[in-house]
Write a protein that binds this ligand. Structure first.
Ligand code: S3P
Length: 170
C-alpha cells in the first residue's frame, strides 16, 4: 500500500514548491512548505533567520519540523534544499512517506532561481559558480535518495505525473 506522505527533496530551484502544489491537488493531500512554515513560526524571512540566528539554528528548526511532519498523514511536504544534510531527516520522512529527490542541471537551477534574493546560500556575484560548488558538495546526499526525478525541460504537471506513478507503485 502507498505510504501516507510524499516528501519532495532536492537542491534549490529543482521545483519542489511548484510540483508540490500540483501533487497535493492531484493526490488530495495537504501541502506543507517547510520554509514558509518556519518563516511563519519565527516571524521572519529565511535570509533574516540565517543572518540573525545563524545556519545551525535554522537547521535545528528544520529538524524539529521534520519530526512533527513525519508523524503526520496525507501530506505533500516541500522540504528545504538542505534537508538531506542530516540523515536523520531522511530516515524519519522515509518511515511514513515516499521521499522523492528532484534534480536539475546548474543551468536550469540558475534560470529558475534567477534574481531571487530569498536564498542566502546563493547570495554571490557568481551565482552559477556558487550553484555548481554547492551542488557538487551535496551530490552524495541527493544521490542517496533512491527515488529521483529529473526536472529539466518538464512542466510541474509532467513531473507530478511521474511522481504519482512512483508513489502508486511504492
Ligand atoms: C536551503 C534551501 C532553501 C532554504 C534555505 C536553505 C539549502 O529552500 O531552506 O535557504 O540549504 O539548500 P529551497 O530549496 O526551497 O529554496
Amino acid at each position: 500500500m502507498a505510504k501516507a506522505n510524499v516528501v519532495l527533496v532536492g537542491f534549490m530551484g529543482t521545483g519542489k514548491t511548484a510540483v508540490g502544489r500540483v501533487l497535493a491537488e492531484k493526490l488530495d493531500k495537504t501541502l506543507v512548505d517547510m520554509d514558509s512554515m518556519i518563516e511563519a513560526r519565527e516571524g521572519k524571512s529565511i535570509p533574516r533567520i540565517f543572518a540573525e540566528d545563524g545556519e545551525p539554528h535554522f537547521r535545528a528548526l528544520e529538524r524539529k519540523l521534520v519530526r512533527e511532519l513525519a508523524a503526520g498523514r496525507d501530506l505533500v511536504v516541500s522540504a528545504g534544499g538542505g534537508i538531506v544534510l542530516n540523515g536523520a531527516n531522511i530516515d524519519d520522512f522515509s518511515r511514513t512517506g515516499l521521499v522523492v529527490c528532484l534534480t536539475a542541471t546548474p543551468a536550469t537551477i540558475l534560470e529558475r532561481v534567477g534574481d531571487d534574493t530569498n536564498r542566502p546560500l546563493l547570495a554571490a556575484a557568481d551565482k552559477l559558480g556558487k550553484i555548481k560548488t554547492l551542488l557538487a558538495a551535496r551530490k552524495p546526499y541527493y544521490d542517496a535518495v533512491a527515488c529521483r526525478v529529473a526536472t529539466d525541460g518538464k512542466t510541474p504537471d509532467q513531473i507530478a505525473a511521474e511522481i504519482i506513478k512512483a508513489y502508486e507503485s511504492a
